[in-house]
Design a protein. Structure first.
Length: 163
């Protein structure tokens, strides 16, 4: 006889409940976001450092430690008022005057950035949005060979690196 489980309301026609538990489908997005916030921005700042004046001999700017503040409003407030759920980003910067040797260090505000919710979504202008992963084909030339009606037909597909 078929049995229904209490929790899911599913009917199974086997002796045992063999359903596979649903995996966490947003784990990848949340992990990727956490990695970006914790280390990704640091790597970008490392690539940028140092920023020098156009002559390269007077001023030098270096980004140091950075930190996201708490979001300015709640998720519900952002949805109800058609605003973005965002958090401010501050970073320590060091400005070095190469001529005088003077070094000034100061925390600066780098802007407000959309902040991921616990559900793995972003709220942009009051609308909840999700990140959709895409597969990107590798750039290069791909050759094909088919035998059509006793004849060999050759082809090539060009996939550009950009565009």
């Amino acid at each position: 006889m078929a049995k229904a489980t209490q929790s899911s309301g599913r009917v199974f026609f086997t002796k045992e409940d063999t359903s596979v538990p649903l995996p966490n489908l947003i784990a990848h997005q949340k992990d990727s976001w956490r990695e970006f916030v914790e280390t990704g921005l640091s790597e970008i700042f490392t690539e940028l450092n140092p920023i020098e004046d156009y002559t390269g001999s007077k001023l030098e700017l270096r980004f140091g430690k950075y930190e996201f503040g708490e979001p300015k409003q709640t998720e519900m407030y952002a949805k109800e008022n058609n605003v973005t759920f965002e958090a401010p980003l501050q970073a320590m910067v060091e400005l070095t005057n190469k001529v005088t040797g003077e070094v000034k260090e100061q925390e600066i505000y780098l802007g407000d950035y959309p902040w991921m919710t616990d559900r793995g979504t972003f709220i942009i202008n009051g609308t909840e949005r999700v990140v959709v992963s895409q597969l990107i084909r590798s750039a290069g030339v791909f050759f094909t060979a088919d035998n059509v009606g006793g004849r060999n037909v050759y082809g090539a597909k060009l996939i550009p690196g950009r565009g």
